[in-house]
Design a protein around this ligand. Structure first.
Ligand code: NAD
Length: 253
């Protein structure tokens, strides 16, 4: 059912949260737009400006790697300045209250960890852009290290240990999903009684399969997004409003 207005949505959600034992949030880029990080698909979103670079292209071409890193450095000020928004803080309040065992996220911005979730309780389906890894040996590199070398050589450096390319840690299109995270997300989706999809267009698969999985396993499903999604008709509650406004009333200090 679609909430008739913001007040109705917040009230219904409040009742569902109060009755739930285990709430699993599933978050997308819309959760972070109020922190200044654009999403992909909204007007002005990242895809209206840049075509995504596929993994095979990144591996095969120095030019593609240079372009990928130039884009990442161009976003650095935005990512570095972002602080958890009202949605993040509401979820961390419910986490501290013992209602949320862990969050499943498509986001790569580290803001759930910054809001107080233990790193082990943030299931990052699409990785994390706040650091980089060698795609060969897995060695971690910090962005400042990459930037210094990029600026000195005018090209993205390879791993000094194994000479394979170094990439920010998000999962690119064409790259396989992280197995351990998929497994943990599956367990969480199947063992919660309330699953809340927040700020995701629910079109990126396989991640978009988790709300349906939770629903099939018996959880109630809530979708909070300012636009309709393809899964609205299976949800128990749909709130078409701004996430910060909806979740702001659930923030506790
Ligand atoms: P998406 O861009 O496809 O969808 C975001 C959805 O959130 C849209 O439907 C939009 O209408 C809605 N939305 C945006 N701001 C909102 C607000 N304030 N209140 C309510 N709704 C709002 O994002 P997605 O579904 O997460 O998929 C895109 C992929 O992009 C993800 O895989 C993610 O890895 C990546 N991404 C991440 C970030 C980030 O980490 N912050 C940013 C951009 C893209």
């Amino acid at each position: 059912m679609i909430a008739s207005d913001l007040h109705d949505g917040v009230n219904r959600l409040g009742d569902m949260i109060a009755a739930a034992r285990a709430i699993v949030p599933f978050t997308g880029a819309g959760l972070s737009t109020e922190t200044g990080i654009p999403d992909f698909r909204s007007p002005g979103g990242l895809w209206t400006r840049n075509r995504p670079i596929h993994f095979d292209e990144f591996v095969a071409s120095q030019e593609a790697r240079d372009e990928a890193w130039r884009r990442r450095f161009a976003m650095q000020e935005t990512f570095a300045a972002a602080r958890p928004g009202r949605g993040h803080l509401a979820l961390s309040s419910l986490y501290r209250a013992g209602k949320i065992p862990a969050v499943i996220t498509q986001n790569i911005d580290n803001l759930h960890q910054d809001s107080g979730f233990a790193p082990d309780h943030v299931i990052e389906l699409h990785g994390n852009t706040t650091y980089a890894r060698c795609i060969g040996c897995g060695q971690r590199y910090e962005l400042n290290w990459m930037r210094e070398r990029f600026e000195a050589d005018g090209a993205a450096p390879d791993c000094p240990d194994c000479a394979e390319p170094v990439k920010t840690a998000p999962v690119s299109f064409g790259q396989s999903m992280p197995e351990h995270e998929m497994q943990r997300a599956t367990e969480l989706a199947q063992h919660c009684d309330l699953f809340v999809a927040i700020g995701s267009s629910l079109v990126v698969w396989p991640a978009a399969g988790f709300p349906l999985m939770a629903k099939r396993a018996g959880a109630q499903l809530v979708i909070i997004n300012r636009e309709p999604t393809d899964q609205d008709d299976v949800a128990d509650l749909v709130i078409h409003h701004d996430i910060g406004e909806v979740l702001g009333s659930f923030v506790r200090n």
